[in-house]
Design a binder for this molecule. Structure first.
Ligand code: EPZ
Length: 418
């Protein structure tokens, strides 16, 4: 699972190029299985979660190969297997996205109940309710989701929560439904928009992605496409927070700054300077950090995936900050590890109270999940002495070339024997 030693206290400066969006890439790979022929995806990050989705694509009967840096060639036959293998499927939550794609294109699907980061219960009830509304027979037994549909009919679907995955799954399934489907209270994340744009490039008729009402007219006559994924706004935000904490100046290249407005606003409120350029952002800080209150919300609110890194920044602010997590039930697992490094944070229900500014000191810590891993790395870069990061595999699954990028910025780190 990987171990790294990070020596804290060194300045982090320079420029870092953000990779393609992990979460958009995972959805595009699932969607590509709906169009027989050869689809080319560009800007895809070479990370483990992508490799898991490619392994599933191959298990279904597709051919998936890298044909250059970030460039994926997916050759999809007309008929596909419809069972996502358990070994891969249970590893990442995004495997559930094959549900909508397979039911749409093959009329049936069997997908393991998803795994992934342990962020509390992560039901798929909204996915299943929506598929049933479109006319699929859905059941869950023995840890497997089984769905089948002779035909799909357009429907009006209201999501109790603007779930990203449910919106993506239902958008894909609705492409094959006869007539119009309307998804209300849809997720508005940029990754949902990217998927809709890709589906339209393959012949779908989707309007309204990015708003809370998405309309899909089906059925679709599919054609394979070539498509470039959007940059990863969460990776970009992670580096912006890192630059604001460590002082910078740190230039983050390959960004769509509109995707980062909630993060930019919060960093400015906390006392950092963020300058916007063409496809890039530059962050630096001269004075002390000020405490701010953060509440994670579905897009365009402050992203839950940057909540853990924000805790580290706020541990260095002079005063008390409150961070409220409204998207996931259990996303403060990083706190106990940060406490081992000296952070003064206590969790009260869905809120974390952060008292700063507290000097951090190196310790041996265990990474509980992907974004916690990014937070603990930022803490280690700040801390006095060396920090041992254990279970760094959780990190490498979602941040392409993480250690190289940090080394180029001046970080002093070394891989350790497990
Ligand atoms: C996506 O997860 C992302 N993952 C997550 O990123 C991200 O944190 C999340 O969206 C929110 O932005 C991928 O895109 C692969 P949700 P997803 O469905 O789709 C509840 C990362 O670190 N819910 O919007 O699983 C659910 O329990 C990962 O890159 C239901 O109740 O998120 C959660 O509390 C972590 N029923 C909330 O909605 C459902 O049927 C948000 O879930 C579905 C979801």
């Amino acid at each position: 699972m990987g171990r790294y030693g990070v020596e804290g206290g060194h300045p982090l400066q320079g420029s870092v190029k953000v990779s393609g969006s992990k979460n958009a890439s995972l959805a595009l790979i699932a969607a590509a299985t709906m169009a027989p022929g050869v689809t080319v995806l560009e800007g895809i990050p070479a990370i483990r979660d992508v490799e898991v989705m490619l392994a599933i694509t191959r298990a279904l009967g597709g051919e998936a190969q890298w044909v250059g840096a970030g460039r994926l060639s997916l050759r999809i036959p007309t008929g596909l297997n419809t069972t996502v293998p358990f070994a891969e499927g249970r590893q990442i939550r995004a495997s559930s996205l094959f549900l909508g794609a397979l039911v749409a294109a093959q009329g049936r699907a069997e997908v393991p109940l998803p795994g992934g980061c342990d962020l509390g219960p992560r039901p798929v009830d909204l996915h299943l309710k929506g598929l049933a509304a479109l006319g699929a027979q859905v059941e869950v037994e023995h840890g497997l989701i089984k769905a089948r549909a002779k035909s799909l009919e357009g429907a009006r679907i209201y999501l109790d929560f603007p779930s990203v995955g449910a919106t993506e799954n239902l958008m894909m399934a609705a492409c094959q439904a006869r007539g119009q489907t309307v998804i209300e209270n849809a997720a508005r994340e940029p990754e949902v928009v990217d998927l809709a744009n890709f589906l339209n490039a393959m012949g779908a008729h989707i309007r309204g992605a990015g708003t809370d009402v998405i309309k899909i007219d089906g059925p679709t006559v599919w054609r394979p496409a070539t498509y470039s994924v959007i940059p990863d706004r969460i990776e970009a935000g992670t580096f912006l927070i890192m630059g604001a904490v460590c002082g910078g100046p740190l230039r983050v290249v390959n960004v769509i700054s509109t995707h980062l407005q909630p993060v930019i606003a919060k960093l400015r409120e906390a006392g950092a300077t963020v300058e916007e350029g063409e496809g890039l952002l530059e962050v630096y800080r001269e004075g002390p950090l000020a405490p701010v209150h953060v509440k994670t919300m579905p897009y365009p609110g402050f992203p839950t995936d940057l909540q853990s890194p924000m805790l580290v920044l706020l541990s260095q602010a002079r005063g008390t900050s409150i961070v409220v997590e409204t998207v996931f039930d259990n996303r403060f697992q990083v706190v106990q590890e940060l406490q081992r490094m000296g952070a003064n944070i206590r969790v009260e229900g869905s809120a974390a109270v952060v008292v700063g500014s507290t000097p951090l000191c190196g310790a041996e810590v265990q990474i509980p999940d992907l974004r916690a891993g990014a937070a603990l790395t930022i803490a280690a870069l700040l801390a006095r002495g060396e920090t041992i990061l254990d279970r760094t595999g959780c990190l490498e699954r979602g941040y392409e070339n993480w250690w190289d990028k940090l080394t180029r910025l001046g970080a002093r780190l070394r891989p350790l024997p497990e």
